[in-house]
Ligand binder design. Sequence first.
Ligand code: ZN
Ligand code: MN
Length: 475
Amino acid sequence: MGKLIPKIGLEIHLELNTESKMFCSCPNDSGEIHPNTNICEICTGQPGVLPVVNKKAIEYAIKLAKALNCKINNISYFARKNYFYPDLPKNYQISQYELPLATNGYLEFYLKGEFKKVRIRRIHLEEDTGKLIHYKDYTLVDFNRSGVPLLEIVTEPDIRSSEEAKEFVEELILIIRYLGVSNASPEKGEIRFEANLSVGEEEKLGTKVEIKNIGSIRSLKDAIEYEIKRQMNLLKKGEKIIQETRGFDENKRITYTQRIKEYEQDYRYFPEPDLPLLKLSDDYINNIPLPELPMQKRERYLKEFNLKFKESDILIKNKHLAEFFENVVSEVKYEKDKVKIVYNLLVNDMLGLLMKYNKNFEDIKIAPSDFAELINEYFENKINIKIVKDILEKVVLENKEIRVLLKDKKIILDQGVIEKTVEEAILENPKAIEDFKKGKKEAIQFLIGYIMKKTKGQADINLTKEILIKKLENA
Ligand code: ZN
Ligand code: MN
């Protein structure tokens, strides 16, 4: 037997964050907690109603398809996927089958510094189903989610490990958030995963097993790892893999047989007679703008800011943080080598403090221009690094504004205040003055420490030293 290699493809469902649903004007609000309030005749599948396509959903789908380097088809159409389930009141889901919106794309990412590329087979638009809420001996249905715009993204089986699947999904979520087409939160069910996995010799595909309903990235990783081991063990024992659909048990962290796979013909797909062909002109497609994407940002950061790959990746993986960083840098009076200082203050100090106090970057009242001012004061030697860090801590802990804190500091930093404190220190430490006169240089360090304590570290060290020596020499 040749070397056994896993081949993994992913099927991802993504809820788009449009204002209204896919085929009606009901609010698309995943935060709605009252069941069956955001519903109408269309999304609950009453007889005789007509669906109307949500233009924004098409635009969002094209955005993502473009970002994933897909060919966007000028003509595609919707189809009915027929199946019976209590969360699907029409008994069919409006989806796309033959001729999907987009095909033949790819996503590039890095796995531990190594460049990877996974092909995207297709992206199509469809509608979400309702939600079943199970109780001990009965089940309730909430149709608020029925008809929420859903994108299905299907990859080729190019992924080779659970780590790679995780990194792929993380990069995909990042792109989605940069585009702003969805929050893509796995916890909220806004993005859901299915994996198909086979193990075969070298490049040959084996018998494919599908793992359905995976709710988190960690579960996706664990499900893939478990399934690779299971299939490899069976093959090594000379047993056969059965083509089937398996579930993932969140508690036992294993996959289990759900049902023997239904075939596509079981869905009796046919073109949706209530919707026209989806015709998109080249002009329309080309005019949908894309923002700078994470991969482009990585390349730019490496060139422009001279940051290491890992450093810039920390910024890029948080869209808000990256924007904040760029805004600060644009307002800081800097030479290129000083970007590293901005980076360290933001990522090491600021994020460190946020972690320490268990807060999010988004919770903090902080304007990039204020952060830049803080750094400029430091670069101009008006405040020392200790004050910079003190201010950051107060910003995080007390949610005070940098501008206000800087004003407080400046009063104490006033040269007159330092002079007065130095004079007091001299009066209060006659022994140290005597030592200094005897030529003991340590006395200066002692006095500076004393003054820093008195000013709670808010005096500029250089200025204090300068004033102190002048006063001591004249004493
Ligand atoms: Zn509706
Ligand atoms: Mn689907």
